[in-house]
Design a protein around this ligand. Structure first.
Ligand code: AMP
Length: 287
């Protein structure tokens, strides 16, 4: 595995791989890697077995543009030494770890990418400017790497839909590969932010997924009223944890438009604060 902070050598290496006929796959992350990140690399690596030669680029960049003023940009966990070892073991070919200056040479980007309506509600309602920061940095990474395909985790479901909309609207010739949420054995969605949790919070956090599963089984057993399911989930989390619910919402899975009576495939998404730690999770349910 090669590792670089700079765009020029990154592009040279990618060009070489492309000349060798390899398919370039991008896995963008903010680092502090866990198996949710590495599973995407392993999945991409598997395509080699189908006689398609894959060149995997992973980026690690904690993007200041997507953090609000009172969010955890400064304390976001970072450990490049551990990350590079894990990335190499998982099969990354090129690790791109740019500095803020390399990504934003003028200190900021005067050009931003805005996807409209999709960021309304859910995380977008509570993190103003977040998805603009995400869409901008992902556009930059796409333009730097110019991948054939890019992986995005379904754990950040709204992020995936925002990027999907951007790729469609801007005719970007990039195949998006959504990857199912990887969980701890007790159901908690893996996240770099789980490292912030106290022992007690960590013990309570799996209730989020259990509440989502309960919502899904209510739908399976015939309940179609969005509000009834939403209330059940809210009750369970409020009774069984000290978490402060930011939102629990049920939306259509394809475009995140609101739904009152459930039909078609929906996503139940939530965000809950455990002390200073904000956790998100979701479940997709087909009716
Ligand atoms: P992050 O480093 O948290 O920005 O995540 C980088 C990428 O990994 C995003 O596409 C996330 O959706 C994805 N990801 C993060 N956690 C998980 C998880 N538990 N399972 C699957 N994908 C994940």
């Amino acid at each position: 595995m090669k590792i670089t902070e700079y765009i020029t050598p990154l592009k040279e290496n990618i060009d070489k791989a492309r000349e060798e006929g390899k398919t370039v796959v991008l896995v963008p992350t903010m680092g502090f890697l866990h198996y949710g990140h590495l599973a995407m690399v392993e999945d991409a690596r598997k395509k080699d077995e189908n006689h398609e030669e894959i060149y995997i680029v992973m980026s690690i960049f904690v993007n200041p543009l997507q953090f609000g003023p009172n969010e955890d940009f400064n304390k976001y966990p970072r450990n490049l030494e551990r990350d590079s070892r894990l990335a190499q073991e998982a099969g990354v070919d090129m690790l791109f770890v740019p500095s803020i200056e390399e990504m934003y040479p003028n200190g900021k980007s005067l050009t931003t990418v805005n996807v409209f309506t999709v960021p309304d509600g859910l995380c977008g309602a509570f993190r103003p400017g977040h998805f603009q920061g995400v869409a901008t940095v992902v556009s930059k990474l796409f333009n730097i790497v110019w991948p054939d395909a890019a992986y995005f985790g379904q754990k950040d479901y709204q992020q995936f839909i925002v990027i999907k909309q951007m790729v469609t609207d801007l005719n970007l010739p990039i195949t998006l590969i959504p990857y199912p949420t990887v969980r701890e054995p007790d159901g908690l969605a893996m996240s770099s932010r789980n490292s912030y949790l106290s022992k007690e919070q960590r013990e309570q956090a799996p209730v989020l997924y259990r509440a989502l599963q309960e919502g899904a089984s209510l739908i399976d057993s015939g309940e179609k009223r969005m509000e009834v399911i939403r209330e059940k989930i809210i009750q369970r989390i409020s009774f069984q944890t000290d978490g402060k619910i930011e939102y629990v919402e049920i939306r259509r899975a394809d475009d995140l438009s609101p739904v009152e009576i459930i039909n078609g495939t929906i996503v139940i998404a939530l965000a809950v604060h455990f002390g200073g730690t904000r956790l998100i999770d979701n479940i997709i349910v087909g009716v």
